[in-house]
Design a protein around this ligand. Structure first.
Ligand SMILES: *Cc1c(COP(=O)(O)O)cnc(C)c1O
Length: 367
């Protein structure tokens, strides 16, 4: 990699900043053979529930499983409909199907890429049981309106917080609004492990007990139910325990980098910088601009070693996986419009101003 290149994210820089502590934690896990369950996992669950401010944390193998387990815990039945956003990573919708439900997509807000609460009610039928809002890119969904709708129609809410660790809506942390909330610790997430890891959090003790049982073969010794095997391993837990105290500071850095992008990119060509609602504290898992000039920018970035990504190339209803639903662009005009215009710029807590200035310089050259 040329010294002038700018990575999309720099996981190695983050490792180096904590190398001694992480190496020591890994050694401890190995010397105690605490690979599955054990004190590191117990400690992770304690730490994480305190961080989010909920009573229960069930660690599991990844963020996708967390959504699936939560839905199973809520007793989803075949034919039950779950409303979710047209714009997300596929984990959010595929788990609805796997849990036995039917996916019902809802369009997004053009302002912040999250589910448009104004369109949720038109998707509700007598079979609707729940809503899964996604705090996409780190911007909280409009939980105020979503809670009102859920209450009125007696629906549960599972928050998909995979991209939104520590984000806030009206001063309240995400992960505390729904009956359950799910997190991913995929390496590139705002709090990332060194492999797959996930967790679900909830205030509901019964739901927590059932989900823990289900994720661990329905109980040890006595199998009370048939479950699955979805565990966070000891190594990932120990690594996350080292990183967790840094998350606040990393989040502050992400927000500062985003603010600087906002300032430097104002008025550059047709670029639209991400809008954060005044109600929220955006944690910028991704910094996503919109432009009609995406191809030229991608070419310029590729030629100059600047990382970028498109999250995601299509809105979910338009992937082959959902062809059977027969959706057309007019069903989700906002998500469809965004899919051809979005571009995620490099952002990570260790990013330097020099790196950021290079990204901005190349963007300017495209107009
Ligand atoms: C990353 C992600 C997930 C799933 O997480 P994994 O740990 O990769 O299984 C779910 N939803 C969203 C929105 C994500 O970004």
């Amino acid at each position: 990699m040329s010294p002038l290149s700018v990575p999309f994210a720099d996981l190695h820089a983050q490792y180096l900043s904590l190398k001694m502590e992480i190496d020591r934690a890994i050694e401890e896990v190995i010397s105690e053979s605490a690979f599955i369950r054990g004190r590191f996992v117990d400690q992770f669950e304690e730490n994480f529930k305190r961080l989010i401010g909920v009573q229960h944390c069930i660690s599991c193998a990844n963020g996708t499983d967390a959504i699936y387990i939560a839905m199973k815990g809520l007793g989803i039945k075949p034919g039950d409909e779950v409303i979710t956003t047209a714009h997300s990573w596929i984990s959010t919708s595929e788990t609805i199907t796997q849990a036995g439900g039917k996916v019902v997509f809802c369009d997004t807000s053009l302002d912040n890429f999250t589910i448009d609460p104004g369109q949720i009610e038109s998707k509700i039928t007598p079979r609707t049981v729940g809503i899964i809002p996604v705090h996409l890119y780190g911007h909280p969904a409009d939980m105020g309106q979503i809670l009102v709708i859920a209450k009125e129609h007696n629906l549960w809410i599972i928050e998909d917080c995979a991209q939104a660790h520590l984000a806030k809506y009206k001063g309240q942390q995400v992960g505390t609004f729904g009956v359950a909330a799910t997190f991913s610790f995929y390496p590139g997430k705002n709090l990332g492990a060194m492999g797959d890891a996930g967790a679900l959090v909830t205030r509901d003790s019964k739901l927590a007990d059932w989900c823990a049982l289900y994720a661990r073969h329905g109980g040890k010794g006595e199998h009370l139910i048939e479950g699955i095997n979805s565990r966070m391993d000891g190594l990932q837990a120990a690594i996350l325990n080292v990183k967790m105290p840094m998350l606040k500071e990393w989040t502050i850095k992400r927000r500062a980098i985003a603010k600087r992008y906002d300032e430097l990119l104002a008025g550059v060509g047709d670029l639209e910088v991400p809008k954060a609602s005044p109600d929220v504290e955006h944690v910028y898992h991704l910094y996503v601009i919109k432009t009609a000039n995406r191809e030229a920018i991608q070419k310029k970035f590729s030629e100059n070693g600047v990382g970028f990504s498109v999250n995601y190339p299509k809105a979910l209803p338009f992937y082959p996986a959902y062809a059977q639903l027969g959706h057309t662009p007019t069903d989700f005009p906002n998500a469809h419009r965004d899919q051809s215009r979005i571009l995620s710029l490099p952002i990570f807590p260790e990013m330097t101003e020099v790196q950021q200035d290079r990204v901005v310089g190349f963007l300017r050259e495209c107009f």
